[in-house]
Design a protein around this ligand. Structure first.
Ligand SMILES: Nc1ncnc2c1ncn2[C@@H]1O[C@H](COP(=O)(O)OP(=O)(O)O)[C@@H](O)[C@H]1O
Ligand SMILES: [Mg+2]
Length: 256
């Protein structure tokens, strides 16, 4: 049932424990949100899972395998993708070509294949193109497929970032604040897409500041504060948890 498990995970920077003794599991087929006030350690947790930083202690298990000390590209190959921030897009590439870069990250033989120019290579490229088109369509970007990424409005750029991650064919998709800076319409569209991504069988681990979005979309919520887990439960349980309310006092959220 559980796809990802953190066991007693810690990360220190000198005397600061950015994450400490953290334990939680993400069940297959769910949208699981990781929330907490600014500086709580959410992004650090994402960096630990994707291997961009090393845990000081503890274990991270994905799909039955200990991935704690794997290199980032090995972790990506196992099926963990992170939705890319706007800054990662190739702004002077078309939408479709941006998504195709996701396929190349998945398929490292692609570069060599292009040199060989065999019929099999052409067929594989054709398949990649078809799948890229499918993803672009799925993310609502069909009309913009030939548009340069740099010309897209913010909401579409974020959708494109998710499309590139989906091209990596993940089992687990990590999304860090996917609706930040979006207007309400764009935000609702993104929520609907996250739901559809989950319904397609991709498990989603979400970090999101908007309480409206988190409460709307999450199957399970883990709350951290100062690097430690303070609560876990269903949206309705979390909403009324006194410790959670306490942790958020002074934060500018749209919890109301
Ligand atoms: N590279 C780093 N060096 C030192 N401290 C860091 C580093 N990265 C994060 N921190 C600290 O760790 C804590 C958690 O940060 P972060 O994971 O970014 O929180 P969040 O994403 O929940 O806002 C913060 O106190 C932050 O200042
Ligand atoms: Mg963060």
């Amino acid at each position: 049932m559980s796809l990802l498990t953190l066991e007693n995970v810690g990360k220190s920077y000198g005397r600061l424990e950015a994450v400490s003794g953290l334990e939680f599991s993400v069940d297959k087929g769910t949208v699981h949100s990781l929330i907490g006030p600014n500086g709580a350690g959410k992004t650090t947790v994402f960096n630990l899972i994707t291997g961009t930083i090393r845990a000081s202690c503890g274990r991270i298990v994905f799909d039955g395998e200990d991935i704690t000390r794997l290199e980032p590209h090995k972790i990506a190959q196992r099926g963990i993708a992170r939705s890319f921030q706007q800054t990662f897009l190739f702004m002077d590439y078309s939408v479709l070509d941006n998504v195709l870069t996701g396929f190349h990250m998945r398929d490292r033989a692609g570069v060599i294949r292009e040199f060989l120019h065999t019929r099999a290579a052409r067929e594989a490229d054709e398949r990649a193109r078809e799948q890229a088109l499918e993803i672009v369509d799925f993310m609502g970007l069909s009309e913009q497929k030939d548009e340069l990424a740099g010309n897209l409005p913010h909401g579409h750029q974020r959708a494109l970032g998710v499309s590139i991650a989906l091209a990596c064919d993940p089992t687990l998709l990590l999304m860090d604040e996917p609706v930040t800076g979006m207007n309400p319409t764009e935000s609702n569209e993104m929520v609907e897409r996250i739901r559809r991504i989950r319904d397609r069988g991709v498990t989603v681990l979400l970090v999101e500041h908007s309480m409206r979005v988190v409460m709307d979309i999450s199957d399970m919520i883990t709350v951290i504060s100062y690097g430690k887990k303070i609560a876990q439960g269903l949206p309705d349980e979390i909403k009324h948890d006194p410790q959670v309310i306490e942790a958020y006092i002074g934060e500018d959220t749209d919890a109301a």
